[in-house]
Design a binder for this molecule. Sequence first.
Ligand code: S3P
Length: 426
Amino acid sequence: MQKIVRPAARLSGAIVLPGDKSISHRYAMIASLAEGVSTIQNYSTGADCHSTLGCVKALGIAVAEEGTTVTIHGRGLTGWSAPAADLDAGNSGSTIRMMSGLLAAQPFGSRIFGDESLSRRPMDRVMKPLAEMGANIEACENRFPPLTIHGARLHPIDYTLPVASAQVKTCVLFGGLFADGRTIVREPIRSRDHTEIALREFGADLKTVQRTITLEGRPTLTGRELIVPSDLSSAAFFLVAGLLVPGSHLVITNVGLNPTRSSLLDFLLSIGAPIKVLKLEAVNGELIGDIEVRHAPVRGGVIEKDLAAGLIDEIPVLAVLGAASEEGLVVRDAQELRIKETDRIATVADNFSRMGIEIEVTPDGMRIPGKQKFRAAAFDSFGDHRIAMAFAVAALRGDGESTIDNAVAASVSFPEFWNILERAAS
Ligand code: S3P
């Protein structure tokens, strides 16, 4: 699928985004292990979160969908049954990495695979701690999907994460649900804490002291009613679009503003973006608010260290903003970008070269001079949702009509993106 994106005169109106991808995955997985019914409102419409639902169904759990409300009939911690076929994680790193922790502890074996992109992403980061817990997992070249998981009895560990990864943290905590005793995870850099919040909501005994998380094994989880906030990582495309296109004024409603995700807002504010949070409330332990953005020039800046980890999903679209900023953008310590759905340093640079934007690529980031002119171009998503959307945003500032090849990739996290963009620009 190819999309045509024309320069926008201005973007305006209220924007309602789909549910947060990270939270949707976690609610679905935990609800499938809870006792009784859970209803999840505003479940992500993205293909990734439907890969998770597909896996949960294949494990014998009844799932009903009505619009964006998902009802899951959990049967407790021991309620899964052996899948009849291999489990399909699609494009979703979260699905395969987080499910692995749960599958490793089952009294049956399973096999979980993904698409071509996921098959190139490293799984040794979850296999290692799970092996320490007693899991028995085989992978291609000991690190790539598909994973063949022989169920085993897991024991608790005290694990210090070698990489800042919420997926790895979640995988260990999920394994720890089935272990007798106390599982401890220590984080060098704080990553998103949706798993900790969700496990507590479902009734687990979990404590966080600074960056150390302690979970008591074999909890009774209880089904509940939940509302998923809208996805801040999807909002990022509209925040940047609003900043970039003269005359724009957008209000994005009910967005998840969990502090472990909202370094995006802190960063944008720090470089001079006129962003306001209009209202703030807590729902199921997660902060939700409305965000207002108006067009304005921004300074540019440096993304490095903890900030690079906190903004990892937003860097492609921030790179686009950086090229238009006063002083440009430097990204360091972001080598994780190289092992996302695509090598996002390479795919950003490739699309920048198509529109005549200067960029210097480094092993762990990029340097992008500011005040660059945006030209219309023929972009390619390379099958990566965030690249498709980041360059659609760039195209809004182009000097003519741009095209995005493989635009369908956006559906992995945000199927409504193209319609919402068209409406905001008209
Ligand atoms: C996610 C964690 C991040 C992020 C991904 C979703 C999650 O990955 O990039 O899009 O839901 O836990 P890592 O934990 O591997 O950094």
